[in-house]
Ligand binder design. Sequence first.
Ligand SMILES: Cc1ncc(COP(=O)(O)O)c(C=O)c1O
Length: 364
Amino acid sequence: MAAPLAGSQQAFAREFYLTAPPETMPKLKARLMANENPYGISPKAREALVKAVDLSNRYAWMEFGELANRIGEQEGVARKHILFSPGSSDILMAAAAYYTQNGDPSKPRTILTCRPTYDDLLERSEAFGAKIEAVPLTPQYEYDLDAMKARIGPNTKMVYIVNPNNPTGTIVNPQKLEAFVREVAPKVPVFLDEAYIDFLAPAERPNTGKLVAEGLNVIVARTFSKIHAFAGLRLGYGLAQPDTLKALRQYTNNNFGVSITTLMAGIAAYEDREWQTYCRTENAKVRDYTTKALKGMGYEVIPSFANFLLFPIRMKPKTFENQMWANGIGIQTREFGGQPWCRVSIGTQAEMEAFLAEFKKVVG
Ligand SMILES: Cc1ncc(COP(=O)(O)O)c(C=O)c1O
């Protein structure tokens, strides 16, 4: 079975998982293609999930408030600043819909970003008729905030920043990001996709909750899919001004896409700092190991702050990808700057050893 060559998670699912006959799906010994958390959900979240099975006949009501209170306390925002969703994808899609649909439809609409980045919001915006204005990343593969600022114009409907960026794993300097938001948000809404922010130690993260609390027009998207390992359970949230959330709600199920079981598990996971630290520490350790091993084989690896690595390969991407999948290693490839790249998620130590062993065989 040929593996897909896709630019975004949704395209990936569409082209492959949803269309391939199940019997042709490769048996993977390492699932390193979707930046999942290989350690699983926190034991406390598991316990809460099992307990919540007895609530399955109920809609979630005040339980949203319970999680919102905890997030609000941590982020320094009020409950009115929080909107829940089944994963952060729904927040991304709602923003794509709203910012490309509102206002005068005869006027051109542009979403400003840097590329390569996470394409789901951008592809959806394009589907709604918007134009994507993408500034290249810096030579260090970081978002180029100065170049973006210079490109803001009358048609810019939203600025989209992924931090840490996917697929490069790079971050923007927190002070620079905060200064950028303070300058730009009074003119154009700034969307900060922080799916991987929890892989930074708390002290290294930009304080984007504070920017929301200050009243700035910024939308912060967070997910439980990564550090909390809820990719399958589906939980995320957006932080923004109440009137922005009111607008985004028109394009979502207004919290109700989240099941009570997921929500109860989410509350326990959010509280379990020990498990978050464990996942962050293990990820960093295994990421270092994999980076060193690839460098030892003569590959340049972009220093990553997330749970994946991007490095240039010397094979046709499709050929490389198919061979890795056929050997039981799920990865993704990209092509940009005339260069093929491998994006590999950080699995367990054993999974990365399997990845390296098969990688050696495939590249010869
Ligand atoms: C940058 C980024 N944003 C958002 C998402 C959406 O994830 P989810 O819908 O699981 O929260 C992903 C998924 O991999 C991602 O990489």
